[in-house]
Design a protein around this ligand. Structure first.
Ligand code: GAR
Length: 204
């Protein structure tokens, strides 16, 4: 049997996408293994999830580092030490540096709660709701040096209803996030993802 894809998952908060990835792995619908979970927030609920499932985790507090470069080099070292093949940003609220991307070229995925390129940055759900779009959704993409600008792997459309609040829309989007992130990782594990320029082709 081929080696399982080794994941490093970066979180800052609740970690519900992390939970979805763990659940898919435990169910056998995602052929991968999480080697390390890294949180930049010591109070992230995702750490409780890591402990519950016996997955190694590390906390790297922003304030323990004097510069972004120092933080990122520790991040790179931790991921390399754990033999990580693919880095998964799951609600990780920090900009990734060029040095980090150089260490993991085309090997960093992110999930964003909007249909990119609309509503990048923080609070994608709120931006869409305030704008008054009729459809929003979520996007899994590779990370490049821009803000949520990298090649798109999977998107899922979510309708916005007249009586939605920001919270009800965010919850409907999150349900879809939990489906498409494990799917995108499985496509990568299967070697089915091909990046051409800024386009992703799914083989077969
Ligand atoms: C998710 O909605 C994710 O799309 C978003 O943060 C949330 C994390 O939730 N990410 C971004 O906005 C990145 N720009 P989780 O911690 O429960 O997975």
């Amino acid at each position: 049997m081929a080696d399982l894809l080794k994941l490093g998952v970066l979180i800052s908060g609740n970690g519900s996408n992390l939970q979805s990835i763990i659940d898919h792995i435990e169910r056998g619908s995602l052929k991968a293994t999480i080697k390390i979970i890294i949180s930049n927030n010591p109070d992230a609920f995702g750490i409780t999830r890591a402990k519950k499932h016996g997955i190694p985790f590390v906390v790297l507090k922003n304030s323990d580092f004097t510069s972004k470069e120092e933080f990122d080099s520790e991040l790179i070292k931790t991921l390399k030490d754990h033999g990580v093949d693919l880095v998964i940003l799951a609600g990780f609220m920090r900009i990734i540096s060029p040095a980090f991307l150089k260490a993991f070229p085309n090997k960093v995925m992110n999930i964003h709660p909007a249909l990119l390129p609309s509503f990048p940055g923080l609070h994608g759900q709120r931006q869409a709701w305030e704008y008054g779009v009729k459809f929003s959704g979520c996007t899994v993409h590779f990370v490049d040096e821009g803000m949520d600008t990298g090649p798109i792997i999977i998107q899922r459309v979510v309708p916005v209803q007249d009586d939605d609040t920001e919270e009800t829309l965010a919850a409907r989007i999150l349900t879809e996030e939990h489906k498409i992130y494990p799917q995108a990782i499985q496509l990568y594990a299967d070697g089915k993802i091909e990046i051409k320029g800024r386009k992703v082709h799914i083989k077969n």
